[in-house]
Design a protein around this ligand. Structure first.
Ligand code: SAH
Ligand code: SF4
Length: 361
């Protein structure tokens, strides 16, 4: 299957609704990945640094009004400990994620972590996913040592966005879009993504999402199925949610079509996909994904970072986790890439800048 460089909305919609044989679609996307970027699988060590959040997204368990979770913020020493353990095991890229917090103390703590990583963990790429922050804060974090930023648009449709967020200035699709554009234009390797299988979302919406990510010239993509989350208003629409296998299939088609339409980007086989499907990791990689995110968050905090229900409980040590990932990649003919930050080639094409953003700092 050869997808034109600028696929039409009709073609994407047709393939997303299962109009072509899925196996052929996944195989083509996998082949495209191997041709363009090789078969290496890159790791991002994930540290969920705080589950406090000022927002109230209808789908997310961390929302401000969910009183049923224990809130925590990791101390800098704990975060550095988790990062160092990963670094010693060969990880060269780390994702710090939290709810959206504007407090100076939190942001200065993150800046401090980035500065420590710059000086003590050479070659590591620091990825942030901290939500919408003022532009001067994005700049401050980049100068402190941040390389990549992930800000999912969640859905490219402003109307659909309005169905899943409170109608107030804190939850503005326009503001989220402007934040993403600012990140892209201010030197960050930039990633976005969408939720797949939201109640009322159509294949037309998802096709638009792919075209949006292409138009936005993104370097990285992280998307996963929507998963029910206790204590959230969206559960009231539970009868409209597709069965898990449908959401998985839609996610795999989205990964494959994104790989074909946006070659040179990094695409994650996300935790949400792995939560809905025990073989989500393998299925995601074989549909064109090339990044996985082992969770380095200390076990005592993991249960409280519940964006959604049913996250697989991993009791393995980071070292066992990496061994397991290596075996699973090998079993599908892919190679786990350690000691390599895995920059997306698209960033170089887009900016003309070296693979290492450090060179240009
Ligand atoms: N607060 C930051 C980052 C943490 S949330 C932000 O919102 O950008 C990270 C991602 O988790 C969100 O972008 C959203 O796409 C995803 N998420 C939240 N609730 C989810 C759910 N119920 N199912 C699947 N993914 C969910
Ligand atoms: Fe907060 Fe992000 Fe969850 Fe929205 S998706 S409630 S911003 S953690």
């Amino acid at each position: 299957m050869v997808l034109p460089e600028d696929p039409s909305i009709e073609l994407l919609r047709d393939l997303l609704s299962g109009g072509g044989p899925d196996e052929e679609l996944f195989r083509s996307a996998h082949l495209k990945l191997l041709e363009e970027m090789g078969g290496r699988v890159y790791l991002r060590g994930l540290v969920e640094i705080s589950n406090n959040c000022r927002k109230n997204c209808f789908y997310c368990g961390l929302r401000r009004d969910n009183a049923s979770i224990d809130r925590y913020s990791m101390r800098p020493m704990e975060i550095m400990g988790s990062l160092r353990r990963g670094y010693r095991l060969g990880l060269r890229s780390f994702l710090l994620q939290s709810g959206e917090l504007l407090g100076e103390e939190h942001l200065e703590m993150v800046a401090g972590i980035l500065r420590s990583c710059s000086s003590t963990m050479p070659g590591a790429r620091m990825v942030l996913s901290l939500g919408e922050l003022p532009e001067e804060i994005y700049d401050r974090l980049r100068i402190a040592g941040g390389h990549r930023y992930l800000l999912r648009i969640e859905t490219s449709s402003p109307v659909l966005y309005g169905h899943f967020h409170p109608d107030d200035p804190l939850h503005s699709h326009g503001a989220r879009l402007r934040a993403l554009e600012y990140l892209r234009d201010s030197g960050w390797q930039t990633g976005t993504g969408v939720l797949i299988g939201l109640p009322g979302q159509t294949v037309e919406d998802l096709a638009e999402d792919i075209l949006f990510m292409k138009r936005m010239d993104m370097d990285m993509v992280g998307m996963g199925p929507y998963i029910e989350s206790p204590g959230t208003p969206l559960l009231e629409r539970a009868d409209e949610i597709f069965p898990a296998e449908t959401r998985i299939l839609l996610t795999l088609r989205m990964i494959a079509l994104t790989r074909l339409a946006l070659p040179g980007v990094n695409i994650a086989a996300t935790t949400a996909l792995q939560t809905l499907s025990v073989s989500g990791l393998e299925r995601g990689l074989l549909a064109g994904a090339n990044v996985v995110m082992p969770n380095l968050t200390p076990e005592r905090y993991r249960e409280s970072y519940n964006l959604y229900t049913g996250k697989t409980r991993v009791r393995d040590t980071p070292s066992e986790m990496i061994d397991d990932l290596r075996d699973r990649c090998l079993a599908i003919g892919r190679e786990l890439s350690l000691y390599d930050p895995g920059d997306p080639p698209h960033f170089k094409e887009r900016t003309g800048r070296g693979e290492s953003p450090d060179d240009d700092r």
